[in-house]
Design a protein around this ligand. Structure first.
Ligand code: SF4
Length: 368
């Protein structure tokens, strides 16, 4: 058995809160996507209506969770489930492809046909996914990195327009990468895992506009590896339904404590409602490390409300309270337009954020 364990895993909080991820990472349990491949699907995938496909998806999600519970508690092994002709994962691939014809992968709900690409949506990504780079990332949170790094895949394009984006060359240019499909993505994932990656980390930009390629990639991947969703969480409810039974660990961003700041800095409407809803869904479905980037001068309007919300709604999550904000992209170019965030957070601001987290009993030290 391979072991990806480092001394960090002796920390009880980390071990308990990331138990499923730990087990998949060490090949003690199968990743969720491997289980979805063994759940039989009973639709005519070519001709049945969207409604019929979603009904079947709901039925299979219930079945999946019964099987998952048996596997978690050692009442069942993956090998006891026979290969099937048409699986729950195949159903997800088909639904995602159909969603592209009137795209509602995220809450912009542009309803554009991304196959036609006559009119692009807010992310400006057409039906083709592009990957800027992929590598073993050692800058992620310690449980995700270990000795082998996080197998991080950077998709071009994003659903947000953050004025301080550190990856703006990728996020704001959906053509900045090589075109890939599900088969090529599976090869990339296989290469990352077989060369020691602890997980497959879908990021960008933003993975959400590439949901169809990501789920299809899982269809062609046969090796065990935890799937990690590293996202701004502006995902639609339908996309969350496609994701919850294939993602082993969530790495969501919770940036803003109110909609005004979200609109001002990321040009995003309905931020708090959408992102908090999706955090709750993710928290109910699996292991989670929530990232909160502390913005200077935004402790009272963003950091404190976000931490308070997390403590009340996602009590099992680990939280990375991030101090690495620096003025980048448009803020660096035009600091006079964004005077409140035109500097790094101070030592006092970070201490105040940590003290507030302590007062709420938030577990952040192993990952911050
Ligand atoms: S992913 Fe979101 S932003 Fe992009 S086209 Fe679809 S709904 Fe619009």
């Amino acid at each position: 058995m391979r072991s990806f364990t480092t001394p960090l895993w002796q920390n009880r909080e980390v071990r308990e809160r990331l138990r499923w991820y730990y087990n998949v990472m060490n090949d003690l349990k199968p990743a969720k996507f491997l289980i979805t491949k063994r759940i039989p699907c009973e639709v005519n995938i070519e001709s049945d209506s969207n409604e019929r496909l979603w009904d079947e998806h709901e039925r299979l999600s219930k079945m999946f969770n019964e099987v998952l519970s048996d596997i978690k508690t050692d009442r069942m092994l993956l090998s006891e489930l026979k290969p099937v002709a048409l699986s729950y994962l195949d159903l997800k691939v088909e639904i995602a492809k159909r969603m592209l014809k009137s795209c509602h992968f995220c809450e912009w709900r542009c309803k554009v046909d991304r196959y036609e690409a006559k009119k692009l949506g807010a992310c400006k990504v057409d039906s083709r996914s592009r990957v800027s780079t992929w590598f073993h990332h050692f800058g992620e949170e310690p449980p995700l990195v270990g000795y082998g790094g996080s197998g991080t895949i950077f998709f071009a394009g994003c659903t947000f327009r953050c004025v301080f984006c550190q990856n703006w060359d990728i996020s704001q240019d959906p053509l900045n990468g090589i075109e890939i499909n599900g088969r090529k993505l599976a090869l990339i994932m296989k290469e990352l895992r077989t060369t020691g990656a602890l997980n497959i980390n879908f990021v960008g930009g933003e993975p959400t506009p590439n949901l169809h390629t990501i789920i299809e990639g899982m269809k062609y991947l046969e090796i065990n590896v935890p799937m990690l969703w590293n996202s701004n969480m502006y995902t639609s409810l339908e996309s969350m339904k496609l994701l919850v039974d294939v993602i082993d660990i969530w790495l969501p961003d919770f940036k803003y404590g109110n909609d005004n700041c979200a609109m001002k800095f990321s040009k995003i409407p309905r931020y708090f409602e959408v992102v908090s809803r999706n955090h709750k869904i993710a928290h109910e479905s699996g292991d989670m490390i929530i990232r909160h980037l502390v913005l200077p001068n935004h402790l009272d309007c963003c950091t404190k409300p976000v931490l308070k919300w997390i403590s009340e709604n996602c009590p099992k999550a680990l939280v990375n309270i991030m101090e690495q904000y620096r003025p980048e992209y448009l803020v660096a170019k035009r600091p006079d337009e964004y005077p409140d965030i035109a500097r790094r957070p101070t030592f006092q601001e970070m201490e105040s954020a940590y003290a507030f987290a302590d007062s709420l009993n938030i577990v952040y030290k192993p990952v911050s």
